[in-house]
Ligand binder design. Structure first.
Ligand SMILES: Cc1c2[nH]c(c1CCC(=O)O)Cc1[nH]c(c(CCC(=O)O)c1C)Cc1[nH]c(c(CCC(=O)O)c1C)Cc1[nH]c(c(C)c1CCC(=O)O)C2
Length: 339
């Protein structure tokens, strides 16, 4: 039996070469993605069309022979389950309505999980089309990050107004996080039942927060979600990505329910290796270095690879690829990781 090296690394095995996949590996930087996206219509139409979503999930595996595919979907499908309307307007990012911060909307009333049924079908199709030695990663947003969009109604540049909402309306905020925990557990269990081999929780907004806030509203909900999913699906590995958590990465590393931690662009690699070795580590390369290419990318990629030599590590970025990343830079990056 050939276990995927991505899963071996998540079990704590040091692999040589390191397994590799990339955040936003399926996306606008790939011409084959743009072609399918055009055929699908909107980004959301693509997320809810299992055959096309499965196809774009597999595109970067075909092109680069990566060790893991990540389900093509979005963290903002959970607000739809809770009754918000979601639209992606070109160039403007996501819009959610009604926004919690400017309405009485109560997201704890509705749990329409039928909305995400097509995503489970995507998972089945991808798993069926993926070689055994490749892993399929399912994912969801962590509750706080999803809540930032639900409260503001759009993406934000900082979380001041959102923390203010949490402090001014603590009961409403706690109910929101709790509702997100419930539907996220269902959603991730559905992905595992359909064939996902591992899960990642994206907490893109762990930066700039008080330490206690991170522990209460980022770490604890993510740990409860991972624990509940593992209760129903023992052994499924879970990666947490508390982007921008700084020294609080130590708290995430001390939480038994996570198998791996993904490092944001700002984390010092050697510090991570020295201090977070309780977990399999992943990521850390600045995606803009890959957009720029050249010696800057090559040198950084070799240093990152070598910093984690001999330890369980999964090569990845510190955040997703940007749309103007030349696909040939990605090919060169993969060859460096495997040289
Ligand atoms: C915050 C967040 C979102 N979505 C996600 C996060 C967490 C990670 C992070 O911090 O980036 C996660 C996500 N989004 C997408 C995936 C699919 C898998 C993959 O990484 O390849 C994943 C894992 C597809 C997508 N999600 C989105 C695209 C671009 C869609 C398109 O226009 O074709 C893709 C490929 C749209 C999206 N989705 C989101 C925003 C703010 C936007 C608009 C900005 C943008 O256009 O880049 C919310």
């Amino acid at each position: 039996m050939h276990e995927a090296i991505f899963l071996k690394a998540l079990r704590g095995e040091a692999c040589h070469p390191h397994p590799v996949w990339f955040m936003r590996q399926a996306g606008r930087y790939l011409p084959e993605y743009r072609a399918v996206r055009e055929k699908a219509g909107s980004f959301l139409d693509l997320c809810f069309s299992p055959e096309m979503a499965a196809d774009v999930t597999l595109q970067p595996i075909r092109r680069y022979d990566l060790d893991a595919a990540i389900l093509f979907a979005d963290i903002l499908l959970m607000p739809m389950v809770l009754g918000q309307d979601l639209a992606f307007e070109s160039g403007e990012g996501p819009k959610l309505s009604p926004a919690l911060g400017s309405s009485e909307f109560d997201p704890s009333l509705l749990r329409n999980m039928d909305i995400v049924a097509p995503v489970y079908e995507t998972v089945r199709l991808v798993r069926a089309g993926l070689a055994k030695e490749k892993a399929l990663i399912g994912f969801a947003g962590a509750p706080w990050t999803v809540a930032t969009y639900m409260i503001a109604g759009h993406g934000v540049k900082d979380t001041a107004a959102l923390r203010r909402f949490a402090y001014d309306q603590p009961d409403r905020f706690a109910a929101l996080i709790s509702a997100l925990e419930d539907v996220t557990i269902e959603y991730l269990c559905g992905q595992v039942a359909a064939g996902a081999d591992a899960l990642q929780l994206f907490e893109s907004w762990a930066s700039g927060l008080p330490a206690d806030f991170v522990r209460q509203w980022c770490l604890a909900p993510a740990a409860r979600i991972a624990g509940a999913v593992k209760k129903r699906h023992p052994g499924v590995p879970v990666l947490a990505f508390p982007k921008g958590a700084g020294s609080l990465y130590l708290d995430f590393a001390a939480e038994p329910v996570f198998d791996g931690l993904s490092l944001g662009t700002e984390v010092d690699w050697q510090w991570a290796r020295d201090n977070l070795s309780a977990k399999t580590l992943q990521g850390g390369l600045d995606p803009l270095l890959v957009a720029a290419g050249g010696d800057g990318m090559r040198d950084a990629a070799r240093r990152l690879r070598d910093t984690f030599a001999g330890s369980p590590y999964i090569f990845n970025l510190g955040h997703g690829f940007v749309p103007d990343t030349p696909p040939e830079n990605v090919a060169e990056l993969v060859s460096i990781i495997r040289e």
